[in-house]
Write a protein that binds this ligand. Sequence first.
Ligand code: ZN
Length: 378
Amino acid sequence: MSTINIPPSSTTVQVSIIDTTLDANIPTAPFMGPPIAGFENLQLIDYAFLVTHKDPATDKERRILFDLGCPKNPQKDLSPSTNEIIKSFGGYVKIEKNVPEILTEGGVELGSVEAIVWSHTHFDHVGRPSLFPASTSLLVGPGVKTSYFPGYPANEASPVLSREFEGREVHELDFSTADLEIGTLKALDYFGDGSFYLLSAPGHAVGHMNALARTTEDSFIYFAGDSFHHASELRPHDGYGASLPSSLKLPGLSCPCSAFHAIHPVKNHSKLPDHYRKYYDQVPNDPNNVPFHTLSETESGETMAVDLAAARDTIKAVQKFDSDPRIFVIAAHDTTLYDILEHFPKSANAWKEKGWKEEGYWLFLRDLGRAVEVAGRD
Ligand SMILES: [Zn+2]
């Protein structure tokens, strides 16, 4: 079991996990590969995070949001090119509420939110900042302004509409001068007291960020954004005492885990598409210590990531956090954790006492159950 070096602090933040009401079912192929027969579609929900900091001396509260989910009405609230991308996925994408509605219903005044942090500018994370008062600022990762501002329609290629940040302070964060590194990621200490860090987690999209929230003096929640979409891209790995266990008994999942070796790419090396072989040639030939998927690429080298090598390195970095028993890793779209989590307006701070990490760690294997059956029929 390994731990990573996090500067000590006794100041914490309150974390509340917001179910942003996205219900989507889309193909796995653009996200992860090599393809595993029987796991063609991905059921996606979408989390945002409310982070509340209380000054220990004055009790003054400060609030920020990490991501805002998808706008409720994509046709009206996203650019035409973004709507084309959504259509091109196939499947379906439904959203019931905008995050500001959810916050208001939960008793949070929108004016109390000092900043919105976009993990990145994809449609299912940007939400509608314009529904917040102008006093709420927007924080974006490196390169976002250069790439996408002033937004659509002035910048045709921009996934975000100009009106979503007009009249609001927008800060682009600069990690290049950050002297703090946590794990292998550059870090900025947002409140200046070790309670909440923004982390540069490049590769998936321009300026992609993760975050680390201190939930007790010695426990943390790691917001992985879209660094991975399904935990089969992250696990198994050789941390958290956590190669694939020999047997499992979890709700809806009871197996000798060796059954999953049948679908693992390292056990199917000869059947791998050529363009994945290069990647699998340099990982250990061990299905207990290598994730079931890597990030997707096509034969001609197309990939959803803006920088595939960096995105794969970021996954390695997230594995280090995942290996640390003090840290609960949650990606924006991890549907497998949905029933375990307590959502906004409840707090997630007692995750360790409640055993969320142990309970949820291998649940993603349920999604691969049909793939094991399919492999058994071959
Ligand atoms: Zn996303």
